[in-house]
Design a protein around this ligand. Structure first.
Ligand SMILES: [Zn+2]
Length: 289
């Protein structure tokens, strides 16, 4: 423990639990498990007392490699406007792919951006991740406290995961934690061994209503079978939205478990796959036994 950190006294602990603003100028607290530091008044979920470290200044917390909370901004800085707009625009682009041009223009308005920004703050969470290795398969997987949120492409660097998390969950913290991912890794390995045809693990996937409908329809394609993009468009009762269906399938954050590999072109061509066509071929072969 660095000399600048002191343990949490009862009055400081009470200030944290009660989000007591009158303590904001007296100390800051960092959370060892998330690597983030906050003002006492921060409305973020109270951490466990034993994971807290107290600092007098933001500089001291930064020197110990803690990152400032994006919600209470304990360094006193706000995001410069151009960065803020870029962040929101990126969020809109990645999350509202399926909407009409008019809806899209409305989303770009300042008021909508404010709303989207506050949503992104609310979606800040801890994302636990691990590298899953089984025979030829090497892929990053990640989950929140609610369920599996990400299955990466094979043999891609961890940067694919961090870039995705930055877009999808701005302000979230990424924590490597193999034990947390163990139940998810277990079902995936059973699947790779051909011993599992359905997943029972919870998913935590965020998307528009349209995307969710498409992803649900993917989960209804039986193991070992394939459907076309227009089959999916019909399944969600949007027969004219084949292209938007394609975009939603491309945005599936959890490969394999939401089986987007079971969607192929109408004439039987494999078409695209986020994990690469090699992976798609392997998965379809695996399922054909
Ligand atoms: Zn905070």
């Amino acid at each position: 423990m660095g000399i600048s950190a002191v343990s949490v006294t009862d009055d400081k602990w009470r200030a944290i639990v009660n989000n007591d603003k009158s303590y904001d100028r007296k100390f800051l607290y960092a959370v060892k498990t998330t690597g983030i530091f906050c003002r006492p008044s921060c409305k973020s979920r109270p951490p466990k007392r034993e994971n807290i470290r107290i600092f007098k200044t933001a500089e001291q917390a930064l020197a110990e490699h803690f990152r400032p909370c994006k919600r209470c901004k304990p360094t006193g800085q706000r995001l410069p406007d151009h960065e803020w707009i870029a962040c929101v625009t990126e969020y809109v682009n990645h999350n509202y792919m399926g909407c009409t041009p008019l809806q899209y223009r409305l989303l770009k308005s300042k008021k909508a951006q404010m709303e989207v920004y506050s949503m992104t703050i609310q979606t800040s969470k801890t994302i636990y991740w691990s590298l899953l290795t089984y025979e030829d398969w090497n892929l990053y997987i990640a989950a929140t406290s609610e369920g599996l949120c990400y299955v990466g492409s094979p043999d891609q660097p961890v940067a694919e995961l961090t870039a995705w998390a930055g877009r999808r969950y701005p302000g979230s913290s990424l924590v490597e934690e193999a034990a947390f991912l163990q139940p998810y890794a277990k079902e995936l390995v059973e699947y790779f061994r051909g011993e599992r045809t359905r997943f029972t693990i919870p998913f935590d996937i965020q998307g528009t209503a349209f995307q969710r409908a498409v992803w649900d329809a993917l989960c209804d394609i039986p193991y070992g079978e394939t459907q076309s993009y227009s089959d999916i468009a019909h399944a969600i009762q949007k027969p004219a939205s084949v292209r938007a269906v394609g975009a939603a399938i491309g945005a599936n954050p959890i490969l394999i478990t939401v089986p987007c590999h079971r969607v192929i072109g109408k004439n039987g061509t494999l078409t695209g796959y986020r994990g690469g066509l090699d992976m798609k071929v392997k998965l379809l072969q695996l399922e054909r036994g």
